[in-house]
Ligand binder design. Structure first.
Ligand SMILES: Nc1ncnc2c1ncn2[C@@H]1O[C@H](COP(=O)(O)OP(=O)(O)OP(=O)(O)O)[C@@H](O)[C@H]1O
Ligand SMILES: [Mg+2]
Length: 412
């Protein structure tokens, strides 16, 4: 018999001397034979720390996390989403044997917020067991009385959302955008192809975190779901997720499949291509939903040129952009079965690494008409070079990587 989520609340808390019950030993055995415990296996009668024994998660007290974050000081504030505020902290090597000194990001559940214990527990159960270079590492958690916290590896460049859309950020070069898309695609492919597949359900720019080399890692597993089992084709759920990213068939039916994540990936790829947000209410009506507006323009090279992020200043390979646009077009198909799977997306994006950020704008020297002028004037003519990037004579102009991010972004 499964117990309701509400009844889990007290049971996952740290007990001073956890005594394994018969049911718990089953879970520990499962764990040691590398079978992932799913949220539905966790009936609630177990102590979470025992169920996840072997996952290398550290259990922190509120007091320890206060010390780590300097009492959640505002100078360490990184951002805030539906779960609650996130603060930077530092673990020193004396805190726990086996836990190395490192910076961390500590997420604190806002008890009046839109998310709750259920999302916290889902996150701990999934991220506590899934390890991959493109998933953010959960270092530990805290469950003390009503307090729920999570401690992750610190990602120095914050979220893709901040990097792409923050008002004063430097534009990300095309090759960096493709590196991020590839990393995030690998993270999703790993989830979809796991022995027990996972549907991520909340793929969006704010959930893609970046390390100092722009390696992308997926964070926020609070909405994740185990994929369909046996002959089932989908999982039925309450519709959850984020407007502008959720697949149309999922919004209409609540039927969740890996293809719903692929659609959301297509939306993020569009954000990278266009520099526009998935939903932007400040734009004219027909441009407010990015996927609806941009998709019809992705297959036509001339129209595509008009929707590419102007902040790239034409510094990209035409062929690379066209290939990426085609991937986005396929991911955004309204027929879920027509969408590629994530390993196919990874393979295509891998090939884009070989394209260089070469200007597609042409510099033209215009001879001065006025003989008295001293030197010819150099003008930038925004003339798109429709040939292959190999033929362009334009100078390479590489943008420098973004300046370090000060994560003081607040969710609108
Ligand atoms: N591990 C981390 N390292 C560095 N910064 C982080 C980390 N995790 C979160 N952040 C920062 O905290 C911000 C808030 O993250 P959070 O996941 O709580 O909310 P969100 O993704 O913006 O919104 P939502 O609740 O809809 O997922 C992020 O945008 C990011 O800037
Ligand atoms: Mg998030």
């Amino acid at each position: 018999m499964k117990i309701t989520w509400e009844s889990l609340v007290p049971s996952c808390c740290i007990s001073e001397n956890p005594k394994p019950k018969p049911k718990q030993s089953k879970l520990v055995t499962k764990q040691s034979s590398f079978h992932r415990i799913s949220v539905s296996d966790f009936s609630g009668s177990e102590d979470l720390s025992i169920s996840l024994a072997g996952s290398n998660l550290h259990i922190f007290s509120v007091q320890e996390l206060k010390v780590i974050t300097q009492n959640f000081s505002s100078s360490n504030f990184l951002g805030e989403g539906g779960f609650g505020p996130v603060h930077k902290g530092f673990i020193d090597d004396k805190l726990r044997p086996g836990l190395k000194a490192q910076p961390v990001a500590v997420k604190l559940l806002d008890l009046d917020g839109t998310q709750g214990h259920r999302e916290w527990l889902t996150e701990v159960i999934f991220l506590g067991q899934l390890r991959h270079p493109h998933l953010v590492k959960l270092i530990g958690y805290c469950c003390e009385e009503e307090h729920r916290l999570l401690a992750y590896e610190y990602m120095p460049r914050g979220s893709l959302e901040n990097q792409l859309f923050r008002r004063y950020s430097v534009s990300l070069p095309w090759s960096t955008r493709m590196k991020i898309a590839l990393g995030a695609a690998k993270g999703l492919a790993f989830l979809h192809e796991a022995e027990k597949p996972v549907i991520y359900r909340d793929f969006k720019a704010s959930n893609i975190l970046l390390d100092s080399d722009y390696n992308a890692k997926l964070s926020d597993f609070g909405l994740a779901k185990d994929g369909p089992e046996g002959d089932d084709t989908h999982v039925s759920t309450r519709v959850m997720g984020t407007q502008g990213y959720a697949a149309p068939e999922y919004l209409m039916t609540g039927h969740l499949t890996a293809a719903s994540d692929v659609y959301s990936f297509g939306v993020v790829l569009l954000e990278l291509l266009t520099g526009r947000r998935s939903v932007d209410k400040s734009r004219p009506n027909r441009e407010q939903n990015l996927a609806d507006w941009a998709r019809p323009q992705l297959k036509d090279a001339r129209k595509l040129g008009r929707i590419i992020d102007p902040r790239l200043e034409g510094l990209y390979s035409e062929e690379g952009v066209q290939k990426a646009a085609l991937v986005a077009y396929q991911c955004l198909s309204h027929r879920p079965k027509a969408r590629p799977d994530m390993s196919t997306v990874v393979k295509t994006l891998e090939t884009l690494k070989d394209y260089k950020d070469i200007s597609t704008m042409t510099f033209v020297y215009i001879a001065p008409v006025d003989q008295h002028k001293q030197s010819p004037q150099k003008e930038l003519v925004n003339k798109r070079n429709t040939n292959s990037h190999h033929h362009t004579k334009s100078p390479h102009k590489r943008l420098t990587p973004n300046s370090p991010l000060h994560n003081d972004f607040h969710r609108a």
